[in-house]
Design a binder for this molecule. Sequence first.
Ligand SMILES: Nc1ncnc2c1ncn2[C@@H]1O[C@H](COP(=O)(O)OP(=O)(O)OP(=O)(O)O)[C@@H](O)[C@H]1O
Ligand code: SF4
Ligand SMILES: [Mg+2]
Length: 337
Amino acid sequence: MGDKVEISTKNELMTAFKAVAGNKRKTEALLNVEDLSLSFTQYASGLRQTELKVISNLSLQAYKGEILAVVGSSGSGKSLLAHAILGILPSNAKLDGKIEYDGEELTQARKEEVRGNEIALIPQATTYLDPLMKISSQVIGCVERKNEGLMRKLQREVFQRYNLRPEVERMLPHELSGGMTRRVLVSTAVISSSELIIADEPTPGLDEKTLNETLSYFKGMADRGCAVILITHDIEAALKISHKIAVFYAGTVLEVANVEDFKNNGENLRHPYTRALWNALPQNRFQAIKGHQPMQDEVTDGCIFYERCSKKKALCSQGIPQLKQVNGGMVRCNNAA
Ligand SMILES: Nc1ncnc2c1ncn2[C@@H]1O[C@H](COP(=O)(O)OP(=O)(O)OP(=O)(O)O)[C@@H](O)[C@H]1O
Ligand code: SF4
Ligand SMILES: [Mg+2]
């Protein structure tokens, strides 16, 4: 193709090409979240304020060249974590704890600086696209005029790679199918040159072929050196491509397991909830466990999983278990050793 961009030869757009040019799996944490808590201030009757705590003591890391899947029930805080990292929480949100990106604290000002550049969000809602703006302008974003031509060429190359026909760039969002919208959002992340990609539920409603295609895009991004956080309900899909799985429950991380730990009866998994998720999969014993994830007003002082746990002991109701390192993973359970 005459207008194909030779990615490695465009010095002025080197940063824009990092996401498609990296090639190594690296070992340093690109994102470090430590002891994060998030609450919303709400107004009850009159002027009385209440605090609704939705994330507590949450810690995790994302590494270059790796896919970290984040799994867990609906309402466990997965999207809010993404929004906290990107600095797009509503104004009544109160955030405590530490978020570091590339070794530096991610302040609100820095979040605004890196959002859409170094850190990209593939949002859970496909309504994220502006309904009145042509796809191409949304994918490319705001660029200096002198770079516009090159960015457009890059966009065309990326669209071609993701099987988006040339005319898609002139369309409006309502003209796209669900699968096309996902691919447009993935393209936006690739073109943004981001080093950290956060994909929030990118696969629901996709047929098997499109699902596998979408997963392969993320794998490709990690293979090229990006850190990818894949938020999903689909554990089976996550296991196909991820290196690590963080298990969320009621606003915190109960375990970070390596993908290899998910086998047999789950005996290598460290937390009873992770084992329950594994055993509930169709190819396993399809076993559900009784009870439900606690609502914010049901949270007690002890282990958040206490009510549903068949292994609980007296100690478990007396304070939150520490997050500790066990067998190359992380777990918050008094029984794990
Ligand atoms: N603006 C808000 N004000 C108050 N509570 C909120 C707000 N946004 C989210 N929540 C609550 O915070 C909790 C976590 O929400 P979040 O959207 O992160 O869940 P999730 O894990 O992404 O769920 P899903 O899998 O359904 O997408 C939920 O109980 C939700 O109702
Ligand atoms: S800390 Fe206790 S209650 Fe919580 S998961 Fe572990 S064994 Fe069960
Ligand atoms: Mg969500």
